[in-house]
Design a protein around this ligand. Structure first.
Ligand code: NAD
Length: 316
């Protein structure tokens, strides 16, 4: 049995990771300050023998008094609504929070994996994006706080690896969805599901021609664990390369929810990327990983796993 520490373990992805690590027989320590996460996400495992929750803000130095084999560092605001509301916090989690968590992994001689993001590619000039692409990021735009925090965190991770000998891994996560996303977190899938289920207008930004690739959460978690268990140190993309326009997504959501909601168009947010699609050749070769769940199937599972009332979540 390995002991795994998950920062951000009460968040959307972190809680699914805790579930899977427990299912695989590990001991799991979840570290979270509940800034954007929730105890409801871990209520079903809270009393499990092999699970422990620590309410810690990782921006401050912290220590855990037991041996640890794997550190999964997921804590960070992740949706635009959150990081635009918490710009300094986002930069501090990426910098101080990552320093403290890397320091802990070093002290414990643990394998460390950081959740980075496709946002490090910015509004990409290369399509699809492979790990060797260095990105096209506006450091002074409103999204810069998130993109640059993650770019800094990647640089820090490589410095701890090169200079301090920490066994590190970097996963670049592309848009992922599933149950436990907050209905009002501003990301496209929970927003469209909430609006369609309530028969309210579905709000598409711009003309809806911008593309995204959506990965179902179970596929992503499988990829993250495979990467943590590999010996690889450089970034690896994990995401689903099936690419959809936002308008196509809105139409699929309407169809699956049997909704009469009309589709309306709103102004495009600043620095909104026009295209997003991972090149996953490296993950295929290195980890034998590929996504298995199609968008329609994943959306269906999200609706069933969350329940319509939770997805609607009150308000518009
Ligand atoms: P989330 O907001 O649901 O989870 C983040 C968790 O981190 C929350 O539980 C929050 O309370 C916790 N947290 C934030 N600041 C903290 C602090 N100072 N100390 C302790 N805990 C803190 O977001 P998510 O979608 O689950 O994202 C998890 C990670 O994956 C993030 O690092 C995010 O950047 C990355 N990521 C997610 C996606 C995606 O599509 N969901 C895409 C790319 C990258």
């Amino acid at each position: 049995m390995a002991t795994c520490l998950v920062t951000g373990g009460a968040g959307f992805l972190g809680s699914h990771l805790c579930d899977e690590l427990l299912d695989r027989g590990n001991r799991v320590i979840c570290v979270d300050n509940l800034e954007t996460g929730s105890l409801a996400n871990i209520s079903h495992i809270r009393d499990a023998d092999r699970f422990e929750f620590l309410g810690i803000d990782i921006i401050e130095p912290y220590f855990v008094d037991e041996s640890i084999d794997f550190v999964y560092h997921l804590a960070s605001p992740a949706s635009p609504i959150d990081y635009l509301r918490l710009p300094l916090h986002t930069l501090k989690v990426g910098s101080y929070g990552t320093h403290h968590t890397l320091g802990l992994a070093k002290a414990k001689r643990a394998r460390f994996l950081i959740a980075s993001t496709s946002e490090v590619y910015g509004d990409p000039l290369e399509h699809p994006q492979s790990e060797s692409y260095w990105g096209h990021v506006n450091s002074v735009g409103p999204r810069g706080v998130y993109d640059e925090a993650k770019r800094y965190a990647e640089a820090l991770t490589m410095a701890y690896h090169r200079q301090q000998g920490v066994d590190t891994a970097i996963v670049r996560i592309f848009n992922t969805y599933g149950s436990r996303m907050r209905p009002h977190d501003g990301r496209a899938i929970p927003t469209f599901l909430r609006q369609a289920l309530a028969n309210r207008p579905i709000t598409v930004f711009g003309d809806g021609s911008q593309t995204r690739s959506f990965c179902y959460v179970s596929d992503l978690i499988r990829g993250i664990i495979a990467l943590a268990e590999s010996g690889h140190h450089y970034p690896v993309n994990i995401g689903n390369p099936d690419e959809f326009t936002l308008l196509e997504l809105a139409e699929i959501v309407k169809e699956l929810t049997d909704s009469d909601a009309e589709i309306v168009y709103e102004a495009l947010p600043e620095d909104d990327p026009k295209q997003r699609k991972p090149n996953i050749s490296l993950a295929r070769e290195l980890l034998g990983w590929a996504p298995e769940v199609s968008l329609r199937e994943g959306l269906q599972r999200t609706i069933e796993g969350s329940g319509a009332e939770i997805l609607i979540g009150g308000g518009s």
